[in-house]
Design a protein around this ligand. Structure first.
Ligand code: SF4
Ligand code: SF4
Length: 466
């Protein structure tokens, strides 16, 4: 394909160099925490009166999610919508203020690519050794190092896929079932799919996922403004009027550079060598930059070595670069913060105030009513009672507002509903039409929890012939 018709630039492999510094330490701490949570959570035991003793378990078969002490049922699906809305607003809020920090520190792609690069470095050596190996002829040593790297990546990918699958079943038993060929097909399919995608995304595609595939990378620019923090090179200081210059014995002292208008950048290239997406931040803000700040660490390390002030590359904003006052309290940010607070409050309140039981009443409309031999009019109802608590509950169903009516409920009296289970009752309500004032008289079914004495009332209607 000619250059004019090429849709994607030919990939130039990136071999990031290691770096030490504040942001590298921060990224490593987040990575360890995220991996700890992801890989350990399915194995952590949790004491429940009923249900599995696993901290987090998404039980698709029984349609309930166990998350610590919270049991989420299919009926609570709107909570998921709440979480997604919170996630979206949080992303907008953070991006508007701090730029692409999500990409640089928290995104799965960044976390897994970081570990894959760490493995590559461990097996093949530092950046120069890896470049040399890549350019060298195929030999026994090269085969050994490349195959070892891919095997290690495969192991991490498999462990990643397997761990994800373990969230959907009882981890201990599921692992045994998977390795003895007794697990259900979706367990193998999920593990295989995630193993392969992890291997391809973090091993092969890497920065191309962020550059070409990630939609967030494309639309995050719309959330940036002049006050958004970005990683930027201070080109006024770095270039001055005489531009950046490689260091010599004569021009290295900082005073000399300042006096002779030579830029503080000594063109060492360290900031470019550590960049996981392979860009040169000195060329200005680029859409490939994931704001990981490793170039800041690299440049600060170099500045310390040559005893120049730090901060030639730093987190800054457009207004800070022009020495104007930074405005954190923009209407847009306040709006996102308010939306976040409101949606989070509604969600937390919904979770904390969730009813332990649910009562659903459905009128049976085929037929809407029947006339009994004694002249009474009978309506029928299907009543579903759901116990969301972690213990069996003893209930009784009564009515209120139809004192003159005859009511039969099957099963009658009180009944027990197991934790997480539901029962369906049939109720027949018969009234003397002479005593009913309205053609559609309203009354209530009342569910009484005999353990907690809580009551739930739901309105229902009696229909009569016109
Ligand atoms: S330019 Fe700097 S902040 Fe941006 S991706 Fe490269 S190393 Fe990270
Ligand atoms: S690390 Fe700093 S001094 Fe070295 S090339 Fe980059 S900006 Fe210039």
């Amino acid at each position: 394909m000619s250059e004019q018709t090429a849709y994607v630039d030919k990939r130039i492999p990136v071999y990031p160099r290691s770096v030490k510094g504040v942001f590298r330490n921060l990224k490593t701490a987040i990575l360890i925490f995220a991996y700890g949570v992801y890989f350990i959570l399915p194995w952590l035991p949790w004491n429940r009166e009923t249900g599995p003793s696993q901290t987090v378990l998404f039980d698709i078969e029984d349609r309930r999610f166990y998350i610590f002490d919270l049991v989420v049922y299919a009926q609570d699906i709107f909570w998921l919508a709440g979480f997604l809305i919170i996630g979206a607003f949080l992303l907008f809020f953070v991006t508007g203020i701090l730029g692409r920090v999500f990409c640089g520190y928290f995104c799965f792609q960044t976390l897994w690519t970081d570990v894959f690069i760490f493995i590559e470095r461990l097996i093949q050596g530092e950046r120069n050794a890896r470049i040399k190996l890549a350019k060298s002829e195929w030999s026994a040593r090269k085969y050994f190092l490349k195959i070892s790297t891919w095997l290690a990546w495969l192991l991490v990918s498999f462990w990643t896929g397997l761990s994800f699958t373990l969230y959907w079943g009882e981890a201990g038993q599921l692992v045994i079932d998977i390795f003895t060929g007794q697990a259900p097909f979706p367990a193998y399919a999920t593990t295989l799919f995630l193993t392969l995608t992890t291997l391809v995304m973090a091993g092969l595609a890497r920065e191309q996922v962020c550059t070409y595939m990630c939609p967030y990378a494309r639309f995050q620019g719309a959330m940036f403004d002049q006050d958004t923090l970005v990683v930027a090179y201070d080109d006024i200081r770095g270039e001055r009027s005489q531009a950046r210059t490689k260091p010599t014995k004569e021009n290295l002292p900082h005073d000399f550079r300042v006096k002779n208008e030579i830029g503080d950048c000594i063109d060492c290239g360290y900031c470019v060598q550590v960049c996981p997406v392979g860009i040169d931040i000195r060329n200005g803000l680029q859409y490939q930059c994931i704001s990981c700040a490793l170039c800041i660490d690299a440049c600060n390390t170099m500045m310390d070595t040559i005893k120049y002030p730090r901060g030639l590359i730093k987190y800054t904003s457009e207004v800070q670069q022009t020495n104007k006052k930074h405005n954190w309290f923009k209407l847009k940010n306040i709006g996102y913060a308010l939306a976040l607070i409101i949606v989070s409050s509604v969600l937390v309140s919904a979770i904390l105030n969730r009813q332990g039981s649910e009562l659903h009443v459905q009128q049976i409309r085929q037929p809407l009513y029947i006339t009994l031999s004694d002249g009474y009019i009978q309506n029928r109802f299907s009543i579903k009672i759901f116990n969301k608590q972690n213990k069996p509950q003893d209930y009784a169903l009564i009515t209120s507002g139809l004192e003159h009516a005859r009511i039969e409920v099957k099963p009658s009296g009180h009944f027990t509903v197991e934790s997480g289970e539901s029962v369906t009752l049939n109720a027949r309500v018969s009234v003397d039409p002479e005593l009913v004032k309205d053609e559609q008289e309203i009354f209530q079914f009342v569910l009484v929890n005999r353990n907690s004495k809580n009551r739930i009332a739901v309105d229902a209607q009696i229909f009569l012939p016109e």
